[in-house]
Ligand binder design. Structure first.
Ligand SMILES: NC(=O)c1ccc[n+]([C@@H]2O[C@H](COP(=O)([O-])OP(=O)(O)OC[C@H]3O[C@@H](n4cnc5c(N)ncnc54)[C@H](O)[C@@H]3O)[C@@H](O)[C@H]2O)c1
Ligand SMILES: O=C[C@H](O)CS(=O)(=O)O
Length: 475
C-alpha cells in the first residue's frame, strides 16, 4: 500500500502521525496518508510566505508559461489522474475523465488570465478642478492563500484555487479533503516539474477541524478560499477577521420545466443532472418543479430514463452511478428517504441501498418541509413537484436557504427572462439543468450558498488587491 507524505518547501516530509484511506466503494484500505499537525501548518505557511517574496516578482509571461507547462504534464498523465479519482472518491471512470478534462481547461484559463491581468485608467479630470493628474489602477498579488477543498471534485476544485492564485503570483497552502488527498498530492511533483518555485505550493493533509484554525488565523495568510459545507463555511467566516474570503458552499438546486418543452429531448440531461457522481455535486438537481399539464408524463419519462442507469463499480467503464463517499452518508440519505415516506412521499424508483451507496431514487408526493426537499441531500435522490403558474414555480424555487445555480426549460422568452430576474441564485441557466458549469463562467452562490465568486477571472478579483496610482503632471 502506498504511503503519502506532506509536501513542504518542494519536498516530501514525514508527519508524526498518519491515517488510513479507504476506498469508498470497496471499503478496502488504499493508502496511508500523513496527518499534519499545527507545527507542520506553521512551517508550510512560513515557507509559502518566503516563496511569495520571490514568486511575486515573476512577470506575467513566466507565470502563464508555468501554467501551460502544468497543463502539458497533466495532459500526459490524464488517465493516471482519472484513476486516482476512481480510487479515492469512488467516482465512475467516465465521470472522472471528464473532471480531468475540466481540470486542464481550468489551468488553461488560468494561464490565459495571467497574461490579461490589467487595471483601468481613471478619468481624473472628471472631478471638478483636477486638470493635471493621470490615474490608474493595478491588481497586485496578496501573498499566501489558504485553500481548503471538498471531496467531490478533488482535482478541478483544487485547480479553481491553484490556477487563479499562481496566475497572479500568490502562493498557496492547500488542505485537501481528508478522504481525497491523493489528487492534490499528485500535483505536487507536476507543479515542481513545471517550474513552480519550492514553497509556492504546500500541501498539508489530515483533519479539517484540526488544521483549519492554525491555517486560517495565521497573520501571514492573506486570503482564505474554502469550498465545502455550510457549517464549516460559517465557522471559517467567524474566524478570519479582515482577511479576504471566498466561500463556495452547498445548495439544493432546482429546475423549472414549463409546459412548452419537448420532454424526450431534455430527459437524458435532466437525469444526468440528478444522478451524476451519485448526486454528490453542489449543483446536483434535487428539486424539479414541473407544470401540471405535463407532470405525469414528465415523471413517467424521468423514471424510465433513471432506470437505464448502470449502478456499480466506479472502475467499470459502463458504470453511471457508483458508491457514495462514506457508508454513513448513505445511511443518512436512507433515513431521509424513510422519513419522507412515513410523511406521505412516494418512491417511484430506487429507494434502497446498493453496495456503499443508494440506488438512483425518484420521489414524488413530497412537501417543502421534508429533508429531501429543503436540506442539501448530496445523494442520488431527486424530488419532482407540480406547479400551476410560473410565479408559483419561482416562489417554490426561492423557498430555500440556498441559491447557487437554478435552471428553467421554456421556449417562451418572457418566462425565461422573468425567471432570470426573479430567481434568487448566483446563476440562472436557461434551457439546461442547474448542474451546468464551465470553468470560465462566474460561479458562486447567494444566501447560504456562499460568498464571492470563482471561475478563473472572477476568482482572480478575490485573489488580488486593487491599487490606485496617480501622477500629478505639473508642479
Ligand atoms: N459551491 C461549490 O462550489 C461547492 C463545490 C463542491 C462542494 N460543495 C459543498 O461541499 C460539501 C461537500 O463536501 P465535503 O463533505 O468535503 O465538505 P466539508 O465541509 O465537510 O469539508 C470540506 C473541507 O473542509 C475541511 N473541514 C472539515 N471540517 C472542518 C472544520 N471544522 N474546519 C475547517 N475545515 C474543515 C475538510 O477536511 C475538507 O477539506 C457540500 O455541502 C457541497 O455542496 C460546494
Ligand atoms: O460540487 C460542485 C462543483 O462546483 C460542481 S462543478 O465541478 O464545478 O461542476
Amino acid at each position: 500500500m502506498e504511503t503519502w507524505k506532506l509536501w513542504i518547501n518542494g519536498e516530501w516530509k514525514e508527519a508524526a502521525r498518519t491515517y488510513e484511506l479507504k476506498s469508498p466503494y470497496s471499503q478496502e484500505a488504499i493508502a496511508t496518508v500523513a496527518k499534519a499537525d499545527e507545527e507542520d501548518v506553521k512551517q508550510a505557511i512560513e515557507g509559502a510566505h518566503e516563496a511569495f517574496l520571490e514568486f511575486r516578482k515573476w512577470p506575467a509571461y513566466e507565470r502563464a508559461e508555468l501554467l501551460y507547462r502544468a497543463v502539458d504534464l497533466i495532459e500526459a498523465r490524464k488517465e493516471e489522474l482519472a484513476q486516482l479519482l476512481v480510487k479515492e472518491a469512488g467516482k465512475p471512470i467516465k465521470t472522472a475523465r471528464g473532471e480531468i478534462d475540466r481540470t486542464i481547461a481550468t489551468y488553461q484559463f488560468s494561464a490565459e488570465a495571467a497574461k490579461s491581468l490589467s487595471g483601468e485608467t481613471v478619468p481624473m479630470d472628471a472631478a471638478p478642478g483636477v486638470t493635471d493628474r493621470i490615474g490608474w489602477t493595478k491588481r497586485e498579488a496578496l501573498g499566501v492563500v489558504a485553500a481548503i477543498t471538498p471531496f467531490n471534485f478533488p482535482s478541478n476544485l483544487v485547480a479553481h484555487k491553484l490556477g487563479p492564485a499562481f496566475a497572479v503570483g500568490n502562493t498557496v497552502v492547500l488542505k485537501p479533503a481528508t478522504q481525497t488527498p491523493l489528487s492534490s498530492l499528485a500535483l505536487a511533483e507536476i507543479f515542481k516539474e513545471a517550474g513552480l518555485p519550492d514553497g509556492a505550493l504546500q500541501i498539508v493533509t489530515g483533519s479539517g477541524s484540526e488544521l483549519s484554525d492554525p491555517l486560517i488565523t495565521n497573520d501571514l495568510v492573506k486570503k482564505v478560499t474554502f469550498t465545502g459545507s455550510v457549517p464549516v463555511g460559517l465557522d471559517i467566516k467567524s474566524k478570519v477577521g479582515l482577511k479576504k474570503l471566498t466561500l463556495e458552499l452547498g445548495s439544493n438546486s432546482a429546475l423549472i420545466v414549463e409546459p412548452d418543452v419537448p420532454l424526450e429531448k431534455i430527459m437524458p440531461r435532466a437525469v444526468t443532472g440528478a444522478f451524476g457522481f451519485a448526486g454528490q455535486v453542489c449543483i446536483s438537481l434535487q428539486r424539479v418543479y414541473v407544470h401540471d399539464d405535463i407532470y405525469d408524463e414528465f415523471v413517467d419519462q424521468f423514471v424510465a430514463e433513471t432506470e437505464k442507469l448502470q449502478v456499480g463499480d466506479p472502475a467499470d467503464e459502463s458504470t453511471d452511478v457508483g458508491s457514495m463517499i462514506h457508508p454513513g452518508e448513505a445511511d443518512r440519505a436512507m433515513e431521509w428517504i424513510e422519513e419522507a415516506k412515513k410523511a406521505g412521499a412516494t418512491v417511484r424508483t430506487g429507494g434502497g441501498r446498493v453496495q456503499n451507496g443508494i440506488a438512483p431514487t425518484v420521489m414524488t408526493d413530497v412537501t417543502p418541509d421534508m429533508n429531501v426537499v429543503c436540506m442539501e441531500v448530496f445523494a442520488p435522490i431527486v424530488t419532482i413537484m407540480k406547479y400551476s403558474d410560473l410565479d408559483e414555480a419561482i416562489d417554490l424555487v426561492n423557498d430555500s436557504e440556498y441559491g447557487l445555480n437554478a435552471g428553467i426549460y421554456t421556449r417562451d422568452i418572457e418566462s425565461a427572462m422573468k425567471a432570470a430576474d426573479e430567481i434568487e441564485a448566483g446563476a440562472v441557466i436557461i434551457n439546461d439543468i442547474p448542474t451546468f458549469r464551465v470553468d470560465n463562467m462566474p460561479y458562486g452562490g447567494v444566501k447560504m450558498s456562499g460568498y464571492g465568486r470563482e471561475g478563473v477571472k472572477y476568482a482572480i478579483d478575490g485573489m488580488t488587491e486593487l491599487k490606485f496610482i496617480t501622477v500629478k503632471t505639473t508642479f
